[in-house]
Design a binder for this molecule. Structure first.
Ligand SMILES: [Zn+2]
Length: 156
């Protein structure tokens, strides 16, 4: 055994936190997110004892990965915001705000109305991100980032 062995990352640990296809580290998603969003055929292969993570990389086709298998965009019932740049893709999945909606609001000088309406829904307990959003968590960061990008583009 060499002296370096103790400092090397454990292979199992590395594999479970980074996407096996692109190497991007992914956040854990709840099993219920996969149960809600996988296609019937993909869901039939789900291992409920496995921990799954979401790959956020825009150019990688893998959406979810576990230690034994991955699920790709074709295995998910909805287009994935991070991986599909189409204007009809939702940024907020719960309340159906697409990139096009955010773009229209920005052009009309009403960019803030969408995030504040989402915030009001969150406060009222209506958000269902873990069931609706492929990333399994709140969309507000994506909404704000998309709005700033649109704002920058409109000033360019
Ligand atoms: Zn990936």
């Amino acid at each position: 055994m060499s002296t370096l062995d103790c400092c090397a990352p454990k292979p199992s640990l590395t594999f479970s936190t980074t996407c096996p296809a692109c190497g991007t580290s992914g956040k854990t998603v709840k099993l219920v997110t996969l149960k809600a969003l996988l296609t019937p055929v993909a869901l039939a292969t789900l291992d409920p004892d496995e921990a799954y993570r979401f790959c956020p990389d825009a150019t990688c086709d893998v959406v979810y990965f576990g230690s034994k298998r991955v699920y790709r965009q074709a295995d998910v019932k909805v287009p994935v915001f991070q991986k599909n740049q189409d204007f009809r893709v939702p940024v907020c999945y719960c309340f159906g705000h697409t990139r096009a909606d955010l773009d229209t609001a920005t052009r009309n000088g009403q960019a803030d109305t969408i995030p504040s309406s989402i915030q009001a829904h969150i406060k009222a307990g209506r958000c269902g991100c873990e069931l609706n959003n492929p990333q399994g968590s709140c969309c507000l960061g994506n909404v704000n980032r998309t709005l700033s990008a649109l704002r920058e583009a409109s000033h360019a």
